[in-house]
Design a protein around this ligand. Structure first.
Ligand code: GRF
Length: 217
């Protein structure tokens, strides 16, 4: 089976992008990272991608003013130019329109630093601590027009510890993100994920092997 061509969209440091690049170094991994796109010219992840020898594109949203359609056309052009099959959002801080999302339906995934549907949006670790959550984690999901929604492909959980700060909790969740994102992309690239009634079945089963919990993390 030929490997799926993947673009990773970033806005910042790109540690999840790096985890995907690392996973894809294995020739048996079903996806190759062919492109990294940033909407910010100064995103730290761009250098990491360049060092790894991966093509990079900058689609700077500030150049398009309020014209989101033009921004997304530029994004789409970059993806088409590199013959991308699957798009991974990894800390990409722009909302995408329903038009764009629908065009990539089933081929556009995101990682969110919380156990969705809890704590959609920003500052998830702070909010989990304030809420007194005992368990927190990360989710990889298909992107739909509504923010941080869409069928859940994989989740990883961590226990919230007494005395956790935003920094300590986010560091443990990030380690989980770096494990579940490559796993989720692998499942999608292998066409093993099917959405039925808004829920993902992996190989026809509700729970992907090894992806439901990362106990003790
Ligand atoms: C991650 O926590 C990701 O879940 C969220 O933004 C952060 C990006 O981090 N969407 P990085 O750029 O992958 O290091």
């Amino acid at each position: 089976m030929s490997r799926k061509r993947v673009a990773v969209l970033i806005s910042g440091r790109g540690s999840n992008m790096a985890a995907l690049i690392e996973a894809a170094k294995d020739k048996n991994y079903p996806a190759e990272i062919v492109l990294v796109v940033s909407n910010r010219p100064d995103a730290g992840g761009l250098d990491v991608a360049r060092v790894a020898g991966i093509a990079t594109e900058i689609v700077d949203h500030t150049k398009f003013g309020k014209d989101r359609a033009a921004f997304e056309r530029a994004l789409q052009d970059a993806l088409l130019k590199h013959r991308v099959d699957i798009v991974c959002l990894a800390g990409f801080m722009r909302l995408l329109s329903a038009d764009f999302v629908n065009r990539w339906q089933g081929r556009l995934i995101n990682i969110h630093p919380a156990l969705l549907p809890a704590f959609k949006g920003l500052d998830t670790h702070k909010r989990a601590l304030e809420a007194g959550a005992k368990v927190h984690g990360a989710t990889v999901h298909f992107v739909v027009a509504e923010m941080d929604s869409g069928p859940i492909i994989a989740q990883g959980a961590v226990a919230v510890r007494d005395g956790d700060s935003e920094a300590t909790l986010s560091a443990r969740v990030l380690a989980v993100e770096h494990r579940i994102y490559p796993l989720a992309l692998k499942l999608v690239a292998e066409d093993r994920v099917r959405v039925v009634d808004g829920r993902c079945l992996i190989d026809g089963e509700p729970v992907p092997e090894g992806a439901s919990m990362v106990p003790g993390a």
